[in-house]
Design a protein around this ligand. Sequence first.
Ligand SMILES: Nc1ncnc2c1ncn2[C@@H]1O[C@H](COP(=O)(O)OP(=O)(O)OP(=O)(O)O)[C@@H](O)[C@H]1O
Length: 187
Amino acid sequence: MVKLIVAISGKRKSGKDFVAKRLAEKLRQVATVHLAGVSHSLKQEYAQIHDLNYDELLTDGPEKEQHRRDMIEWGEQKRKQDAGYFCRKAVSADPNCDICIITDCRRTTDMEFFKNYCKTLAVRIDADLEVRKSRGYIFFYGIDDAESECGLDDYKHDFVLQNNGDDAFLEKQMGEIFDICKTLLSN
Ligand SMILES: Nc1ncnc2c1ncn2[C@@H]1O[C@H](COP(=O)(O)OP(=O)(O)OP(=O)(O)O)[C@@H](O)[C@H]1O
């Protein structure tokens, strides 16, 4: 059974995936680590039901755009029935690992699910708007002002990591998270 979840949230292009991968590398020195995403489990199941190629769902094009809209609606319906549905799928993908890093928490219900599931460290990735823009961020109405993007803006995370491109500072903060995880694993 998973002993610890590191639940990562952050704005688009704040560096959630980047930080999650670096953190996984570090934590693999002391534990088995699985990287998972709530939205990945949603996309995977949607693709399976509709006999679609998972990667194709992520590409552009009118047909894919229609699928994306249907997929979002389908996901909302599933969440209404069971708010933790995709979180459970994400964390169950490798039930024997010590640490599961979730790269894309978006809603308070995601955090509530993980905190109830097992020991969870909620980590917020912060990056300045200009830095995010330099990484390709563009504001989209209906996306960047939606609950899925803003739902955790005011949530009290256990650790807030600044990811503005200063690698030495990033490593220092990673070291602090690494130590917290080690302590949580041994308690
Ligand atoms: N500290 C960093 N140093 C160098 N490059 C970085 C750093 N953080 C993020 N990046 C780069 O910025 C881009 C966006 O990062 P990433 O994909 O991790 O963001 P994200 O928050 O997961 O984005 P999205 O929400 O859109 O999935 C990537 O190309 C990534 O390699």
